[in-house]
Design a protein around this ligand. Structure first.
Ligand SMILES: [Zn+2]
Length: 340
């Protein structure tokens, strides 16, 4: 039987004390004071927030497990300085570790990074190592820690290389994922996320990153932003830029999830993008939480759309399970260790 692995879940329902601490941390930074101690949060509090939300929906929708990371919109690396980001990343990643320890069959942990606009990637390298040592299987890499200013070097720039070297050494992929927007013209989940996904893909076309890192793997979430819909534009641009065909130039290393939220969009994704490059994901509980009045089902119940795709059962199994195991070798090892 195929395992249904959701590659894109966030702890958007973390206990209030965790979020309160963040507010206190930010206030302390502003006042030039030390942040208060991180609060005690009981296992029961964590269980309650997960069982009423992610686990309930996961079971209702028939998925088996979620690759689980801290709430993306709250990463906010533009807030404070690197030490603020570091303490916040550690608090979040430790909390994700506790979720995975409480429900090891359901949650596979992925970390956020202590990025900060003026910081190099050393702090992120250290945190990635710390998290992988704790059993994490991947990370979320923010291509725009400025929070909507797009002032960071492109993902193909050598600025990022030390971090990629660590990713390759640890054999973990990164989901390219921005955080909250501090640009009033960019709605976070409606504009900023989708723009950043699209921008990241174009950066990868313009560069030659995977020549330097042939085993580096990125997941571009939210269905790859605008990319699949504009696939002809990107293939044509690669041609104009004298780049090789995208199949070898980018698509051995880049994967899209299924967080598109309607059937025609997922149909297009599966039609345009090779099924080996698609990972089932829902970003649940996340960006769009309502019910689609035209179907009567939750917009983010994306398993339903994948189930309805006119593809072979082999391709469907790859989208639900096989591709995730290939992109996240540490997940594959974990599952094999459980006889799966
Ligand atoms: Zn997300």
């Amino acid at each position: 039987m195929t395992l249904i692995i959701d590659c894109h879940g966030h702890y958007t329902t973390a206990p209030a004390a965790h979020n309160d601490w963040r507010e206190a941390q930010k206030a302390a930074f502003k006042a030039g004071e030390a942040p208060p101690a991180y609060p005690a949060i009981s296992d029961d509090e964590i269980r309650e927030t997960l069982e009423a939300n992610q686990i309930r929906l996961l079971k209702e929708r028939g998925a088996d497990m979620t690759i689980f990371s801290p709430r993306a919109s709250a990463m906010a690396p533009h807030v404070g300085d690197e030490s603020v980001s570091r303490a916040w990343a550690i608090a979040n990643n430790d909390l994700i570790k506790r979720c995975a320890d409480l429900y090891p069959d359901i949650f596979a942990p992925v970390c956020m990074l202590p990025q900060s606009p003026a910081a190099d990637m050393q702090g992120s390298i250290d945190e990635l190592q710390r998290c992988v040592d704790m059993g994490f299987i991947g990370c979320n890499l923010n291509p725009d820690p400025g929070g909507g200013r797009f002032s960071s070097p492109p993902l193909t720039d050598r600025f990022w290389y030390p971090f990629y070297e660590k990713m390759v050494e640890l054999d973990v992929p990164a989901m390219i994922h921005v955080s909250g927007s501090c640009n009033p013209g960019l709605h976070a989940t409606g504009a900023y996320y989708i723009a950043a996904d699209t921008i990241a893909f174009m950066q990868l076309i313009e560069g030659d990153l995977f020549k330097d890192f042939p085993t580096l793997r990125f997941i571009i979430p939210h269905g790859g932003g605008a990319v699949p819909y504009h696939w002809g534009r990107y293939r044509g641009l690669a041609d104009m830029l004298k780049k090789p065909d995208l199949a070898g130039h980018v698509m051995n290393n880049v994967f899209f999830d299924t967080c598109v939220y309607h059937q025609p969009g997922v149909n297009l994704l599966a039609d345009v993008i090779e099924n080996k490059n698609i990972l089932f994901g829902s970003e649940m509980v996340g960006a769009v939480r309502g019910i689609d009045p035209t179907t009567g089902h939750y917009f983010d119940d994306t398993k339903r759309y994948v189930d309805a795709l006119d593809i072979s059962e082999e391709a469907r199994a790859a989208i639900f399970e096989g591709n995730a195991r290939r992109v996240f070798p540490r997940l594959d090892a974990l599952l094999k260790g459980r006889g799966l």
